[in-house]
Design a protein around this ligand. Structure first.
Ligand code: SF4
Length: 599
């Protein structure tokens, strides 16, 4: 019965393309079908480029892309790399008398097949059949009609953005001041102590019961924190960051802030399993293969990462270094003086290094003296022209950005000779506060640039949510720099977003903003190799779709025209599942309907 239902559903989907349906339902061998489909796709491509009047304007672009994807998926090379034959699977579903050894297709698989076929046949329905009215006119009349269209687009964008809370709104500032008072009362502390970053590091909230006294927690939030502590999974929240959480749990404003620090139960259990088998397997980025010396990571010719400390004031749940981050603000997290010196000597002896990214962990957790020491050692190396400091303290602990610290760092910022710049990590406009703005402005007043690296997770991926963040970031003096795809780590599946959504966000949301706001590059960090620029379609391919609807990608290394380096095969999260999650969170998924046509 189930087989009949599945087969019937597939046959119905195939009706969008009668030639494909005929081929797939024929009794030909699999190889003959593969060849016939290839010929059919080649013919379709010719028709597409022949300016077929039956295909609406611009739909041909989608058709061309969908044909290219299907052709790649059909190749035996893709099948070998993906370890799965999409065509063979379709064939099994249509022809096998039983499904004993055949995995059941999930809703995401049917959805991918449907949209791929529609794309190939020029029936995606993305574009309106009628061209906009302004195109029929010229001069001022055309300009006014076009201007009205553009205003409508801007208003739609603003309506979406208005749904998200920003920490600079007066109402939020008022409420957070009450949160602060509640936290101060709990610890019996003063306003003066609140401004002292070391008071915060001494009062990091590390357990579920203290947390529960200060903010409401759902049953799952409480249980997850409790278990995280029991399993020795790093957890902690600075009193400052806690004041950014709304008192009640499950509200519409602070979901992204809570998701940053409150681990989901599934994450906690996965981490426990991973930790107990082999910690190394959590090193998704394969840093163990790119560290020429302890404390240094090198993936590019002219830049290295220096990691003098392996902890942060609090841990982002999705942190790519969760395999080596020690407990929150732990005493033992600073790399020993000897190891640090050896790492610095290695950089000194490597004259090709133009730029050093000091990160970790969060290097601004180091004392002023230690930081001064590292910067002064780097400043003696004539080849090091730029020092980047990667820190999330403007967001998690803005009190750390003291005048003394900024003056100390600025001593090494020497225009024309050496540049110091700050790379921070705001995830949501709700994290932007007058205090974080002041922290950023302190660097800016001394002429140091501040950039932002956004990790694009489920919790900041709604329509125009990242666009709104970029708008607010520029206002406080931060330049959007990178938007990262979340890493393909099973323990953080709840945070992952399909690659198609990053591409859609750039094209349909970020693109509507002025160029000064959309300065970031969307990237996939290829393990062991480095950044792949997602918007360049020639640097990645969809090579398969699995029975559960997940796309398999092949990523090309950044140096592909320079060096013979292998490609990297990656399985994404299912678009269908992502849309279902959005729906559950109250989103109208119709607004995301074109996502299927981004590859
Ligand atoms: S700030 Fe960076 S290093 Fe620290 S926990 Fe977050 S992602 Fe990891």
């Amino acid at each position: 019965m189930e087989r009949k239902r599945i087969r019937k559903k597939l046959v119905k989907l195939l009706e969008v393309s009668p030639p494909l349906k005929e081929i797939l339902l024929s009794e030909d061998t699999l190889e003959s079908k593969r060849n016939r489909i290839r010929t059919f796709l080649a013919d379709m491509l010719v028709v597409t480029f022949d300016d077929d009047p039956t295909i609406p304007p611009l739909e041909w672009v989608l058709t061309r892309d969908a044909i290219g994807v299907f052709r790649t998926i059909l190749s035996s090379r893709s099948e070998r790399l993906a370890g799965f034959s999409f065509l063979g699977y379709l064939n099994d579903l249509l022809h096998k008398p039983h499904y004993r050894d055949v995995p059941r297709p999930e809703a995401g698989f049917f959805a991918e097949v449907e949209h791929l076929l529609k794309g190939i046949m020029g029936k995606a329905g993305t574009y309106s059949a009628t061209p906009p009215v302004f195109s029929k006119y010229e001069g001022v009349k055309a300009a006014r009609l076009r201007s009205a269209d553009l205003s409508r687009m801007a208003r739609t964008a603003r309506e979406f953005m208005d749904r998200y809370a920003c920490g600079l709104s007066e109402e939020v500032i008022r409420e957070r001041s009450q949160n602060k008072q509640r936290i101060l009362e709990h610890f019996g502390a003063t306003e003066y102590e609140w401004e002292d970053w070391e008071w915060h590091t001494k009062h990091i909230i590390r357990n579920a019961d203290t947390l529960k006294d200060l903010v409401d927690l759902s049953g799952e939030e409480y249980e997850a924190v409790k278990r995280a502590r029991a399993y020795r999974i790093p957890f902690g929240i600075t009193p400052y960051y806690l004041s950014l959480l709304d008192r009640s749990s499950g509200g519409p404003r602070d979901y992204a802030v809570r998701a940053q620090v409150l681990p989901p139960l599934r994450y906690v259990e996965e981490m426990r399993a991973l930790k107990s088998c082999n910690e190394r397997s959590m090193d998704f980025m394969l840093e163990r293969n790119t560290s020429p010396i302890e404390g240094v990571t090198r993936r590019y010719p002219m830049i290295v990462i220096l990691k003098p400390v392996l902890t942060c004031p609090q841990i982002c749940v999705y942190c790519q270094r969760n395999w080596e981050i020690e407990d929150v603000y732990s005493d033992t997290a600073a790399v020993s003086g000897e190891k640090l010196d050896r790492a610095l000597e290695w950089i000194a002896a490597t004259p090709e290094i133009l730029e050093v990214l000091i990160t970790g962990g969060d290097p601004l957790l180091l004392s002023d003296e230690k930081l001064r020491y590292i910067l002064s050692r780097l400043a003696t190396m004539p080849h090091v022209e730029r020092i980047r400091i990667g820190t999330r303290t403007p967001v998690t602990l803005p009190q750390r950005i003291t005048d003394t610290l900024v003056r100390d760092i600025n001593r090494f910022h020497n225009p024309g000779k050496r540049e110091i710049l700050i790379v921070t990590h705001f995830e949501h406009p709700y994290e932007i506060t007058p205090q974080s703005m002041e922290a950023v402005q302190k660097f800016r007043r001394y002429g140091m640039e501040v950039y932002n690296q956004l990790v694009y997770t489920f919790y900041n991926s709604r329509k125009f949510e990242a666009a709104f963040l970029r708008e607010k970031l520029r206002l406080i003096g931060v330049t959007p720099y990178y938007t990262f795809n979340t890493k393909g780590k099973e323990e953080t599946d709840d945070y992952r977003v399909p690659i198609a959504r990053l591409l859609q966000e750039q094209k349909e949301e970020a693109r509507l903003l002025p160029g000064t706001l959309r300065t970031d590059e969307i990237v996939f960090n290829v393990p062991g190799l480095g950044k792949n620029y997602l918007r360049a379609v020639q640097h990645h391919d969809v090579i398969s779709v699995l029975p559960d609807g997940r796309r398999v990608y092949e990523f090309h290394p950044w140096e592909k025209q320079l060096f013979l380096v292998d490609t990297y095969v990656y399985t994404d999260v299912s678009i269908h599942d992502y849309l279902q999650k959005l729906k559950k969170a109250g989103e109208d998924t119709h607004a995301y309907r074109t996502i299927w046509y981004y590859y």
